[in-house]
Design a binder for this molecule. Sequence first.
Ligand SMILES: [Zn+2]
Ligand SMILES: [Zn+2]
Ligand SMILES: [Zn+2]
Length: 352
Amino acid sequence: MRRYACPNCSNEVHFRNSECVNCHSRLGYVPAWDQMFYAAQDDIKWHDGATAYKACANRQLISCNWLIEDEDPEDYCRSCRHTLMIPDLSAPENCDHWAALEEAKRRLFYSLEKFRLDVGDLAEQPDTALRFEFKADMLSADGKTKRVLTGHANGLVTINVAEADDPTREKYRKAMGEPYRTLIGHFRHEVGHYYWDHLVFNTPKLDAYRAIFGDEREDYGEALKRHYDQGAPNGWEANYVSSYACAHSWEDFAETWAHYFHIVDGLETAGWYGLDGHTPDTGLNRTPGGWSDAGPYGAAEFEPLMQAWVPLTVAMNAMNRSIGLGDFYPFVLSDTIFAKLEFIHGLIHDRR
Ligand SMILES: [Zn+2]
Ligand SMILES: [Zn+2]
Ligand SMILES: [Zn+2]
């Protein structure tokens, strides 16, 4: 994620901010320009030369700070419009959970935009475009809880809103032995399944995919059952980014896909703060040196990404230890995992 400055007073502002804490301008983000715009308190629109922008219809309710061109007939921003179902807002906690989910989803869309990955057209491909539903567990008439499973099917990503509740997610994280369990991680993982359908299945890449990630034709239900019964095999760390990646070829792909997003976005952030060994240009609105103009998201070569990433993670782990925290990056990347990440890098960049 890059850094942003308030266009009115140059104070640093963050991707999620809808108001500058320094000058109190109303901020709005335009994804097509990857820029923050500001409006005075009494102006309901944002302006960029002759172009006017309006707020996403979710701005008041969940603080979505994304803008839409004023003449666009859409009421919702590029991210919010892909959400087809939200939880029942009469339950008081659900609005906060939904807001947290959308905030993580905007970060996902930021990355998809930077990778120029197509999300599908909701009007023309209503059954296959990337869609999201955020649902809560329901109590049935017989007193049993009907659990919502987080997952993906044919472009539709379902997320259980309980994942947005920090104590609940932390409980699952510990129970599943996961070093990371985050909302952004869920989004990055689930869209990995969507892009597998579009970039791997029925393409010339399928054979190379199977050589690296194994055969996805293995029975999925059986494979998951085996994973939950027996756990990951001993020594899984040498070949997989997570224990869950051992469950099935598709899960290995989605876990590695998410990990690739972590690396590239992490490197972009590091670059903007001068932490990646490159000296950043002055001013927050310019791309730091060391990468092409598009930054790590636009890096054509895979090797330089890893050459920058590995020493950064060693330094960040040392930083965390020096203030008594657990490791920032508790992973060891083997050659096998490098090959998986490189395959995903190729999938994203070869289509450009
Ligand atoms: Zn300001
Ligand atoms: Zn929005
Ligand atoms: Zn999955």
